[in-house]
Design a protein around this ligand. Structure first.
Ligand code: FEO
Length: 409
């Protein structure tokens, strides 16, 4: 059942989180398997002569959200709604909210945000819209609100808000992650440890296509000196970072840059009748002998992992091994799709070993080679052969793994 949690984050200023815990969603953006669910976080700040709402939630939960909000404030009293990013997981409830508000509130966002909102919800929603530029400041309720654009984190419309006097960063998608953490904030290390892999999965699947902008935008915020000093980082998904806020942006930077975890090698393969699998057993055995820790995802007649989970493993891997069968003169369809998404969403400079097996004609490995050579990944070696692996095939595979490990260094 979808739940809403309302908690006060601080008393000065009076700040609340309204978190909708969506455990009914199956595929984020109608694509990414997230059995772990997701939260949509909105924030409400009550100031002298002003009530500011930071983002809303998905349209499906507009009523739930507004009912929760009403426990804190009469929606008519909201004076400003800040729209950091218009993707409907944050803006979906905005039309209903403004209706309840009697269109009294000023809606604040970038030029892009205004245009997107108008396209999504019509003229009414933007009739009291204030466009803000990068670095622009507004005095609201006695506080200085600074708006900083962070384009492509996640859309071209995106900005964050920095409340100068209180050193609060409202960051929407940036700093967010999948899953429904037990706690609201980062007060429990166990919760954080469980949560962080879902942050990686979120970054790669949602922002991965633009991952170079993660590092770029975070550097921009760092240079402005607001990250080091931040008292809280308050994202639109997942944990609110109130104890050690810098940690989440450092984590984002590491994922954006693809910093590897020592010895982790991602192994992905399909095996229809065991021929690829026998080769991969040799590969995995050699990797382990050389001190590596393979993380294995296999597509067989008994299992099919979610591509979204595979994507989440790429950024911190030292290398990738891809095993594929030739299927109707093509790459096996499941590997083809996984590879397509890796190259689009998790295109990092990492070494790759390709392993192929075929019945009457080898095509898959060559096609993967072509795709890899056009990407940022580095092709280390390709080993493809027919049917069951022979003694010579085994030696070639072990040699290729040794070469891959040497490449990692
Ligand atoms: Fe959480 Fe890009 O929206």
């Amino acid at each position: 059942m979808v739940n809403v949690r309302v908690e006060q984050l601080c008393t000065d200023p009076e700040l609340y989180i309204i978190r909708v815990d969506d455990d009914e969603i199956k595929y984020f953006e109608a694509t990414w398997d997230i059995p772990e669910g997701i939260t949509y976080n909105a924030y409400l700040m009550k100031l002298d002569n002003a009530v500011v709402l930071f983002d809303t939630v998905k349209a499906d939960y507009a009523d739930l959200f507004i009912d929760a909000l009403k426990k804190l404030v009469d929606p008519k009293e909201i004076t400003h709604v800040i729209v950091h990013h218009t993707e409907p997981d944050h803006s979906g409830a905005l039309p209903k909210l403004l209706e309840e508000n009697g269109y009294r509130a000023q809606v604040i966002g970038t030029t892009f945000a205004r245009n997107l909102l108008q396209g999504f919800y019509g003229e009414e929603v933007v009739k009291n819209f204030k466009i803000v530029k990068d670095g622009e400041e507004m005095n609201i309720g006695g506080k200085t609100f600074r708006f900083i654009t962070v384009p492509w984190l996640h859309w071209p419309d995106t900005m964050i808000t920095y409340v100068v006097e209180d050193r609060l960063i409202f960051s929407c998608d940036a700093g967010g992650g999948y899953s429904i953490p037990e706690t609201i904030d980062d007060s429990d290390e166990k919760v954080i440890e469980e949560y962080l892999p879902y942050v990686t999965k979120y970054i790669v699947t949602v922002i991965g296509h633009y991952h170079k902008y993660i590092v770029q935008n975070l550097n921009k915020l760092k240079k402005l000196g607001i990250v080091e000093d931040a008292k809280m980082i308050l994202p639109g998904h997942g944990l609110a970072w109130c104890r050690n806020p810098k940690r989440i942006f450092d984590y984002y930077e590491r994922v954006g840059a693809g910093v590897p975890t020592k010895d982790k090698v991602l192994v992905i393969y399909d095996s229809m009748y065991g021929f690829v699998e026998r080769r991969m057993e040799i590969v995995i055995d050699e990797l382990k002998k050389l001190g590596k820790k393979p993380v294995v995802y296999r597509f067989t007649d008994k299992e099919a992992p979610a591509v979204s989970d595979i994507l989440g493993e790429v950024p911190d891997s030292e290398a990738i091994v891809i095993g594929a069968s030739t299927y109707e003169a093509e790459i096996h369809p499941r590997i083809r799709y996984a590879l397509f998404e890796i190259l689009d969403k998790a295109n990092y400079e990492k070494p790759v070993l390709i392993v192929g097996a075929f019945g009457w004609g080898g095509v898959a490995a060559k096609k993967i080679e072509t795709l890899i050579s056009r990407s940022k990944f580095d092709l280390v070696e390709t080993v493809e052969s027919k049917g069951r692996p022979t003694k010579e095939d085994e030696e070639r595979l072990r040699e290729a793994v040794r070469k891959l490990v040497e490449w990692i260094g």
